[in-house]
Design a protein around this ligand. Structure first.
Ligand code: IPE
Ligand code: IPE
Ligand code: MG
Length: 251
């Protein structure tokens, strides 16, 4: 059964972020190497992109590689980078065909040249696309992003382009890698872990959090739709009372 029809089209989260976790455990359960798990995780990435497009989500941000993941064994890092380049090559046509805009957030300086080149090509080819913005968080760490924002803001203050009094939430937002994106409405993490692992700390201030035990390679379109269906049952109050949300004109 396809759960897409159960989604209320009037209440779609604008920005969904996904922590794609559990590749290693998925492989280990079958007595295979962690790398086998990463290879099988690619299918779930495709499922998620298609599901987000079908559901009418405008922004999808996928956590592919964290600043902390550089501490993993070198062979695993190499496989992840190679997988990225090959998947990108295979998927570029579909991104273009489906009007999906690709962007990347994170510290690109650490990435191998071949990865940067491959990414930049597809980013350029899809820059005017409008149906869905697909953001890959690659060599991304939220704290690093915030440090980077602090530095850039401080430089502007030093150069007298900005006064300390002018610094507000908007200014900080505009200095994050995600400056073109709305706040995250829904964050999904697979594999049963209930932590954020340095992902979009500022941007999830009021996100709904969806944790599922499904390991990433097993994640399907229906799992994505289910997360949206659950999201739609939640009353998002943003600090207000329930009555204020339900009867906005009377209170
Ligand atoms: C997620 O799966 C992929 C990346 C972090 C790159 P893991 O590789 O973290 O898999 P587990 O958590 O060890 O099972
Ligand atoms: C978070 O997963 C990073 C990505 C999914 C890319 P990890 O598996 O690296 O997170 P921790 O270390 O378990 O928190
Ligand atoms: Mg993990």
């Amino acid at each position: 059964m396809d759960f897409l029809s159960k989604i209320n089209t009037q209440n779609i989260p604008k920005h969904v972020a996904v922590i794609m976790d559990g590749n290693g455990r998925w492989a280990k359960k079958q007595g295979k190497s962690r790398i086998f798990g990463h290879k099988n995780g690619v299918k779930a990435v495709k499922e998620t992109i298609v599901a987000a497009g079908n559901a009418g989500v405008k922004a999808l941000t996928l956590y592919a590689f964290s600043t902390e993941n550089w501490k993993r064994p070198e062979t695993e890092i190499k496989t992840l980078m190679t997988l990225l380049v090959t998947s990108l090559k295979n998927e570029a046509k579909d991104l273009i065909k489906n009007n999906i805009k690709l962007q990347v957030i994170g510290n690109q300086n650490h990435l191998p040249e071949i990865v940067r080149k491959g990414l930049n090509k597809v980013i350029e080819q899809t820059k005017n696309n409008t149906v869905l913005t697909l953001t890959i968080a690659l060599s991304y760490g939220s704290r690093e992003e915030i440090v980077n924002a602090f530095k850039n803001i401080a430089k502007k203050v030093v150069n007298n382009d900005l006064s300390v009094e002018e610094i507000n939430e908007n200014i900080i937002n505009n200095h994050l890698y995600t400056f073109t994106l709305p706040d995250v409405d829904l964050m999904i993490r697979t594999s049963g872990e209930k932590r954020i692992s340095n992902f979009l700390l500022w941007q999830i201030a009021y996100a709904e959090l969806h944790f599922t035990d499904v390991l990433w390679p097993d994640f399907t379109k229906n799992d994505f739709y289910n997360a949206i269906i659950e999201y739609q049952t939640i009353e998002r109050r943003f600090g207000k009372t329930s009555d204020q949300i339900k009867l906005p004109n009377e209170i």
